[in-house]
Design a protein around this ligand. Structure first.
Ligand SMILES: [Zn+2]
Length: 643
């Protein structure tokens, strides 16, 4: 049964150009919308721009253009940015549009008519940057707590919305709906805030101070306060009060915001909706900040990463993957190109890219016309179950906007399939004609995992997903119903697909995006990373090292060397020669059959005229008096990743 799903991003304030924070919000909203479309839901995704207020008027005056001209230019920059990132919003609303202005004025008139708005006097400390008054309690050393700039004392007559009378109702409404504001930390923050008396909300600005806004319908000497104007976009875009779209989507409205705009959305907005007789939103989903070396990155405080430069450089999918996987939804996360490249190489190039290359190559190479496949064995059933587990994991995670958990669930599955290939060794099965039916079963399972991944990844990595589906000839529109394994009995014709996510040479990754303030940090050359670490290792440093379980297949002493043993190890899909300096501690026979841990992506080294293709991990005392090779506490297949 198809459901309806309506999601909004904030409408972005056009006093700045789009930056990483905006890109993150828009990309995850897009992934959520894609996911619901995949599930067959009727979806509406709204984004847009917030264009009124002091700051726009001031910026326009400074640039000697009209506020409308500035708004047109800056709003276009957002639309271009989303086009560049390939996001799939269904509508883009601007608060300077007639369709929005009409609704704002109609709602104001309605509230005025029923006595929810009154004219009152207000004096207070005002920040022009924030466009709001600050209470004595909030002021820090006479300055705006956000901008650290001096506040201006202003006294004026203004219209007020009787918000204070909704305090008890709002507390009760939030308390009885545990997932209204989520994650929970933000719900708690708002309930904490509501322990103090709620003030009425000044919703107007005198036109002698500010012209750039929507005039109050009942007093045109005033324009509407920018927040009261902006929040209404979520309803005006649907054609409140009687648009068909409004009736379809308003009952399921969910908002996605950053934590910097929690209060207007969690306090003002529900009170406004209640007073105007509209249903309250289903969920307010709140994400944290991206930081850069620990500092907040926001629209008004510098530190803007060139998100788009990274997206252009490494691909839109890699950018999407990084921001969704790296940030635990609701918490802050640190952005660095190092971490970005670490994830790209480990998760996308290695885990996913290699699997797709292996599976498509195996199927293309061993495909044949006829012959029934063997019945599914325990390994195949395990893959089918792993796929179902991952899908349930994605479903549960996406219900809570936990993008990081959804991707982790899919990567669990990718790991399981990589291990499946290693342990079933289709290349070995192919050598034995008697194993042909078994080989066909393995290939079928792999073809189905490709379809499964192609479908599931449509929400998160749309370009890569499209390539995977094209490679297996899946031409139907992707649908969650096809994310299932165990129903194929014929192999599709498969095109080899390699290089889905090319590995980034970390030496090259030192060239940070042009003009990026991350250049110095992210641009640490790989040579420095290879030498003694200068500071604490980051998780990105660690991820660059590909550690694998390796089974020692053969070991021999080298007559000319006292120190080196020549080991032949299996990494599942391949065998390697590794020269290990452990001859004084181990006899060759001690090692054969052991599962050890090797660095699999070490640059090959020539030792004693032979090439060593990796390094075996061992612990030792400083003087080399004692040495112990690291082995596994429990069995894992050769090739398994160590992390
Ligand atoms: Zn301020």
């Amino acid at each position: 049964m198809s459901k309806t799903f309506y999601l909004t991003t904030p409408i972005y304030y056009i006093n700045s150009v789009p930056h990483l924070g905006h890109a993150y919000t828009t990309v995850i909203a897009d992934a959520m919308a894609r996911y619901h479309r995949l599930a067959g839901d009727r979806v509406w995704l709204l984004t847009g721009t917030d264009e009124h207020g002091d700051k726009i008027a001031q910026a326009a005056a400074k640039a000697a253009v009209s506020p409308q001209a500035l708004a047109d230019r800056n709003s276009a920059a957002f639309r271009e940015a989303w086009q560049r990132l390939g996001t799939t919003q269904d509508d883009f609303i601007r608060t300077t549009e007639g369709r929005h202005r009409t609704v704002v004025q109609a709602i104001l008139q309605k509230l005025w008519d029923v006595g929810e708005i009154y004219l009152g006097k207000y004096g207070g400390h005002y920040c022009y940057g924030c466009e709001r008054f600050y209470t004595e309690k909030e002021i820090v050393d006479g300055k705006c707590p956000d901008h650290q700039t001096p506040l201006t004392f202003i006294e004026e007559e203004n219209y007020f919305f009787k918000m204070s009378k909704y305090q008890g109702w709002l507390i009760d409404y939030i308390t009885t709906r545990p997932d209204l504001i989520r994650p929970e930390r933000y719900r708690n923050e708002i309930l904490g805030f509501l322990r103090d008396p709620l003030q009425d909300l000044s919703i107007s600005r005198p036109r002698r101070r500010l012209e750039w806004g929507i005039p109050l319908p009942f007093d045109d000497k005033y324009v509407t306060y920018v927040w009261f104007d902006a929040l209404i976009n979520y309803a005006s875009a649907l054609g409140w009060p009687d648009g068909e779209r409004f009736h379809t989507f308003w009952p399921v409205v969910q908002h996605l915001i950053g934590k910097d705009i929690l209060k207007p959305h969690a306090v003002y907005w529900p009170c406004m909706l209640k007073a105007a007789g509209l249903d309250i939103y289903q969920h307010l989903n709140v994400h944290g900040y991206w930081t850069l070396g620990g500092g907040k990155m926001s629209k008004s405080v510098g530190n803007v990463v060139e998100a788009f430069a990274l997206s252009d450089k490494y691909g839109g999918d890699a950018f999407r993957y990084f921001v969704m996987r790296e940030m635990t939804f609701g918490l802050d996360a640190d952005f660095s190109e190092e971490a970005f490249v670490g994830r790209l190489n480990a998760d996308l190039a290695n885990d996913l890219g290699n699997l797709v290359a292996r599976a498509t190559t195996l199927i293309a190479n061993y495909q044949r016309e006829a012959g029934p496949a063997a019945a599914a064995g325990p390994d195949d059933t395990a893959i089918r179950e792993a796929a179902m587990t991952a899908r349930r994991g994605v479903e549960a995670a996406m219900d809570e906007f936990a993008f990081h958990r959804a991707l982790a669930a899919l990567w669990e599955f990718i790991g399981a399939v990589n291990r499946y290939v290693d342990s079933n060794q289709p290349w070995a099965l192919a050598k034995d004609p008697a194993q042909r039916p078994r080989l066909d079963r393995v290939l079928l399972t792999l073809a189905e995992t490709l379809r499964y991944l192609g479908v599931m990844l449509t929400a998160f990595l749309p370009d890569a997903a499209g390539k995977i589906l094209a490679a297996i000839g899946h031409t139907a529109a992707p649908s969650l119903a096809d994310a299932e394994i165990g129903r194929l009995d014929r192999l599709p014709t498969v095109q080899k697909l390699s290089g889905l996510f090319p590995r980034v040479d970390t030496k090259e990754a030192g060239a940070a995006p042009a003009g990026s303030s991350t250049a110095a940090k992210a641009g640490k050359p790989a040579q420095a990373a290879a030498a003694e670490p200068a500071g604490p290792a980051t998780i990105g440093d660690f991820r660059r090292i590909d550690l694998r379980v390796a089974e020692v297949v053969a070991a021999e002493a080298l007559p000319k060397s006292k120190k080196l043993l020549k080991l032949t190890v299996s990494l599942g899909a391949e065998q390697r020669t590794i020269l290990a300096g452990i001859a004084q501690h181990y006899a060759p026979a001690d090692l054969v059959g052991k599962k050890v841990v090797v660095v699999a992506n070490l640059e090959p080294a020539k030792l004693m005229g032979m090439e060593s293709q990796g390094m075996v991990l061992a612990g030792s005392t400083d003087d080399d008096g004692a040495l112990a090779v690291i082995v596994l506490d429990r069995d894992l297949p050769a090739g398994a990743k160590v992390r």
